[in-house]
Design a protein around this ligand. Structure first.
Ligand SMILES: NC(=O)c1ccc[n+]([C@@H]2O[C@H](COP(=O)([O-])OP(=O)(O)OC[C@H]3O[C@@H](n4cnc5c(N)ncnc54)[C@H](OP(=O)(O)O)[C@@H]3O)[C@@H](O)[C@H]2O)c1
Length: 319
C-alpha cells in the first residue's frame, strides 16, 4: 500500500483535536517520514489547521454530518483515523450516524487500514443493568454509540482503539483537585474503590501511530491507549508528591455525581459506576503493557504530572 513518494497517505479525522492531533503531530515529526498526513477539519483557516499545514500536512475539508464530504476527503488515502466528538453536541444518536458516515466513506474509498477510536457498548454488559437509562436507549451515551458503531466497521480492515480517561480532564473538564472550605485540596470522584485507567491525551495519537506502523498485523484487534491504572487514593498520592501539597481523595456516590447538574454529569456518573462494576474486564481491556507494545514511551501518571502540575493548581489557574 505505497502511494506517491513511497509514503502512505493517512487521512486523520479530528486532526485539530486531541486524539487526531496527537497522531498528526507524531506522524509529521517522524524522522523516517513513512506517512503523509491529510488533516481533516471543518475549519481549514483555523489556527490549528494552519499550524498543521506549516508542519507539512495536507488539509482536507469535511464534516462528519456530511457523508459526501468524507468520501471526498478519504479518496486515495491508504489509511484513515476515525474519531467522533460526542461532547460537541451531546447526542449519542447523532454520534452513531457520524460514525456510520465514517465507516461508509472508508468502505467506498477501499482504504487499506482504518483505526476507529471506539469505547465499549456498556449495554452489552450486566454491569450497566442497574444504571439509569439516558437519551431513551443508552446507559453511558458517549460509550454506547461508539460501541454500537463497531458493527459498521466490522467488514473493514479495522483496528479498534480504546482511549482511556484523559488526565487532561483534571485540567480542562473541571474534574481535577479543588480546595475545600479549609483550603485543602481534594479529588472528588465516584470511583467506588476501582482503578481508573488513564492516559496523557497526546499519547493516544502516538499509540495510533504504532498501529499504523504495524499495519495489517493489528487489523481486527482492540488496542488500548493507556498509561496507568490507579485508584483514587493512589492518584492522590501521586498528586500530593507532584504538587508538594496534600491532596485527599473524596469518594462521592455515583447518584450524587449524576446530580451535580453540569452537562454530561449523568453520562459520566453512569460511566464511573459502570467502570467500577466491570473493573476487571474494563482494566484488562486497557492494559498499559498492551499500549507499550505499540508505543513504548507512553507516560504514566507520575511522568504526566511532572509536566502538567502547574496547570493543575487552582490558585495558579485563577491567577
Ligand atoms: N476525554 C476523555 O477522557 C475521553 C476518553 C476516551 C474517549 N474520549 C472521546 O474522545 C472524543 C473526542 O476526541 P478529542 O478529545 O480528540 O476531541 P477534541 O480535542 O475536542 O477535538 C474534536 C475534533 O473533532 C473534530 N470534529 C468534531 N466534530 C466534527 C464534525 N462534525 N466534522 C468534522 N470534524 C469534527 C474537530 O475538528 P474541527 O473542529 O477542526 O472541524 C476536532 O478536530 C469524544 O467522542 C470522547 O467521547 C474522550
Amino acid at each position: 500500500m505505497e502511494s506517491i513518494m513511497n509514503k502512505q497517505i493517512i487521512a486523520v479525522v479530528g486532526a485539530t483535536g486531541a486524539q487526531g492531533g496527537g497522531l498528526a503531530r507524531a506522524m509529521l515529526s517522524e524522522a523516517s517520514a513513512e506517512f503523509s498526513v491529510r488533516a481533516i477539519t471543518r475549519r481549514p483557516d483555523g489556527a490549528k489547521a494552519v499550524r498543521l499545514r506549516e508542519l507539512g500536512a495536507e488539509i482536507a475539508v469535511a464534516d462528519l454530518d456530511d457523508a459526501a464530504s468524507l468520501r471526498r476527503a478519504f479518496e486515495g488515502a491508504d489509511g484513515v483515523f476515525c474519531v467522533t466528538n460526542f461532547w460537541e453536541h451531546g447526542s449519542a444518536d447523532r454520534e452513531l450516524v457520524q460514525a456510520r458516515n465514517l465507516a461508509n466513506a472508508a468502505r467506498a474509498c477501499k482504504v487499506s487500514h482504518v483505526v476507529w477510536s471506539t469505547l465499549e457498548d456498556t449495554r452489552e454488559s450486566a454491569a450497566s443493568a442497574g444504571l439509569p437509562t439516558l437519551e431513551g436507549r443508552y446507559k453511558v451515551p458517549h460509550f454506547d454509540a461508539k460501541g454500537e458503531a463497531d458493527r459498521s466497521f466490522a467488514d473493514l480492515p479495522t483496528t479498534y482503539l480504546l482511549a482511556a480517561f484523559y488526565w487532561e480532564n483534571f485540567i480542562h473538564f473541571g474534574l481535577g483537585p479543588k480546595p475545600d472550605a479549609s483550603g485543602e485540596l481534594s479529588l472528588t470522584l465516584p470511583l467506588g474503590g476501582a482503578k481508573l485507567p488513564g492516559v496523557a491525551a497526546e499519547d493516544i495519537g502516538r499509540s495510533a501511530l504504532g498501529v499504523f506502523r504495524n499495519g495489517k498485523y493489528e487489523v481486527g484487534r482492540r488496542i488500548p491507549a493507556c498509561g496507568d491504572q490507579l485508584t483514587g487514593p493512589e492518584m492522590c498520592d501521586a498528586l500530593s508528591r507532584a504538587l508538594q501539597r496534600r491532596v485527599r481523595y473524596h469518594e462521592i456516590a455515583p447518584a450524587a455525581f449524576r446530580a451535580l447538574g453540569f452537562p454530561g454529569a449523568d453520562d459520566l456518573g453512569n460511566m464511573f459506576e459502570y467502570q467500577a462494576a466491570s473493573e476487571t474486564e474494563f482494566c484488562a481491556a486497557r492494559s498499559p503493557a498492551l499500549t507499550r507494545r505499540l508505543h513504548s514511551d507512553v507516560l504514566n501518571f507520575a511522568s504526566w504530572l511532572r509536566s502538567n502540575k502547574t496547570a493543575l493548581l487552582p490558585s495558579e489557574r485563577a491567577a
